[in-house]
Write a protein that binds this ligand. Structure first.
Ligand code: IPE
Ligand code: IPE
Ligand code: MG
Length: 239
């Protein structure tokens, strides 16, 4: 149930989440960091439920950054296997809810082949779903995305004088993805950490003071409440 003070006609079309704080959540409980990642699964699926209840059309979640390779090998390995397992175990449920699964990020040699296979399989099985799109930012970096876009623009031989904002946007990983209206980061860190650098240009930012494994749909709804109290101006004046 969505609280009555939420205006369902003014729900953000696209919410982007930085799922941060899994390691600290685990450490606080005397657990291994990887157990914090495991506990994050429930938070993710509750957030998906909340987004569906709100009628959000796009939900993007930061699952692994291009900088997360700097972590210890066992944690990186765990995250590769864990993401593969989530896709295999839960894509059917997402399909039944009308959720289309897509990915944003670099498919480089470091991403295990079997994970790539499950990513492709998950996209194919949910390609027809239209209720909401869940974008999983995996091996994603905002700078890498812009670099990759610039490379493709040059490869296509587009002359400099023809390049506009639109040219860049059309060469990002998901050209049909609208810019996020709202970005929510958990864990009390007030930074972007190389997330959606181009796309966040005019997004409203909300920082939730919970660690990701404790995040539930109520927190998402509260972020939307804060969003609805903001006045977006896009550099202009309020009408
Ligand atoms: C976010 O939680 C998940 C990933 C980066 C994969 P962290 O693992 O960053 O948890 P903290 O920030 O160290 O607590
Ligand atoms: C951002 O969190 C990446 C993900 C949530 C996947 P990090 O934990 O990697 O970011 P920093 O290191 O605190 O900036
Ligand atoms: Mg972190």
């Amino acid at each position: 149930m969505i609280p009555a003070d939420i205006d369902l006609t003014r729900v953000p079309a696209h919410i982007a989440c930085v799922m941060d704080g899994n390691g600290r959540w685990a450490t606080q409980r005397g657990l291994k960091r990887t157990e914090g990642h495991a506990a994050g699964e429930e938070a993710l699926f509750d957030a998906v439920e909340g987004a569906l209840e709100l009628g959000v059309k796009w939900l993007t979640v930061y699952a692994f950054s291009t900088e997360n390779w700097r972590r210890p090998l066992d944690e990186v390995r765990y995250l590769m296997g864990f993401n593969e397992s989530i896709l295999v175990r839960r894509r059917e449920e997402l399909r039944e809810k009308g959720v289309r699964i897509r990915f944003a990020g670099r498919r480089d040699w470091r991403v295990p082949k079997r994970l790539i296979k499950q990513m492709d399989e998950s996209m194919a099985r949910t390609a027809h779903c239209t209720t909401m799109t869940l974008v999983i930012a995996f091996n994603y970096g905002g700078r890498a995305e812009i670099v990759d876009a610039v490379k493709r623009i040059i490869e296509e031989g587009i002359p400099a004088h023809k390049i506009t904002d639109k040219t860049i946007a059309q060469h990002l990983y998901l050209p049909d993805m609208p810019d996020p209206d709202l970005m929510v980061r958990t864990s009390g860190e007030y930074r972007i950490s190389n997330y959606l650098l181009w796309e966040l240009a005019y997004s409203e930012l909300v920082f939730a003071d919970v660690l990701w494994p404790d995040f539930r749909r109520e927190h998402l709804i509260d972020a939307v409440r804060q969003y609805q109290a903001r006045r977006r101006r896009f550099g202009g004046l309020e009408s």
